[in-house]
Design a protein around this ligand. Structure first.
Ligand code: 6GU
Length: 242
């Protein structure tokens, strides 16, 4: 599969590259269902992707399994301490080479299709979910290669963002989507939003499917869909056309 998006040409060479994602969090149970349902579940069953969850508390040396502490310099909120996170990430790094170690944080680069495309050709990824006020800066200095946010709003933690990121990447792996779901026709793959789409019935409550879609003239239909995609994009997201 070849994905061409915003100057990054992405070529998936083989159907047999298995992506491994290790997700580090204080709340791994929050992320279970997205990977146990539908397309992501099938990707795992087919052996195209593996997702492994790690609870930071398992690396705490504290008898109460504590993994946070108060900020130096004062202020509200708790900080995730460096030692358990360093130990967890170091353990993983000792087992295999990681292409990227990504910290999910509102301070990161905003996720977009180009980033998802780029990550989809990697083999081993770590996602670190921030919680409380975030992680001690030295975790970032020691290990983090990349920081990603999923948008300009604040979540209770990085877990839901990690699920969003994993979904956006795993669906691009060869063999995950079938032809009809093909990632190549996605909104954003060509920087266009989707045109209006219709299925049966032909008329519903007086609203009819545009005649062109019933014409059987495939090249005219393709032109119409493209023109509609441009129209919708101009209307809603002119920034994508710049
Ligand atoms: Cl990655 N984390 C948190 N806590 N909030 C966010 C986010 C991440 N991305 C957008 N908002």
């Amino acid at each position: 599969m070849i994905i061409d998006c915003n100057s990054s040409l992405i070529i998936h060479h083989s159907s047999f590259i298995i992506m491994r994602i290790d997700i580090i969090s204080v709340l791994p149970e929050l992320m279970e269902s997205p990977f146990q349902t539908s397309i992501l579940k099938r990707a795992m069953e087919k052996g195209l992707a593996e997702v492994h969850f790690h609870n930071v508390r398992d690396w705490s040396t504290n008898k109460h399994r504590k993994v946070d502490d108060e900020p130096y310099g004062g202020g509200a909120g708790m900080i995730m301490t460096v030692e358990p996170l360093d130990n967890c990430i170091s353990d993983l790094k000792s087992q295999r080479d990681y292409d990227e170690i990504i910290y999910l944080t509102p301070e990161g680069e905003t996720l977009n299709q180009r980033i998802a495309n780029t990550l989809s050709i990697k083999k081993n990824l770590i996602f670190l979910c921030g919680h409380y006020k975030g992680v001690d800066q030295r975790v970032r200095d020691l290990h983090i290669t990349n920081e990603i946010s999923i948008g300009d709003y604040v979540l209770t933690g990085g877990e839901l963002a990690a699920c969003v990121l994993a979904d956006s990447v795993i669906r691009l792996l060869p063999g995950v989507l079938n032809d009809e779901q093909s990632a190549l026709t996605d909104s954003f793959q060509d920087n266009l939003l989707s045109p209006p789409i219709y299925t049966r019935p032909e008329t519903y409550k007086g609203l009819s499917v545009p005649k062109i879609l019933l014409s059987g003239n495939t090249s005219a239909i393709e032109d119409w869909l493209h023109d509609e995609a441009v129209r919708v994009t101009k209307e809603r997201r002119p920034d994508l056309l710049e």
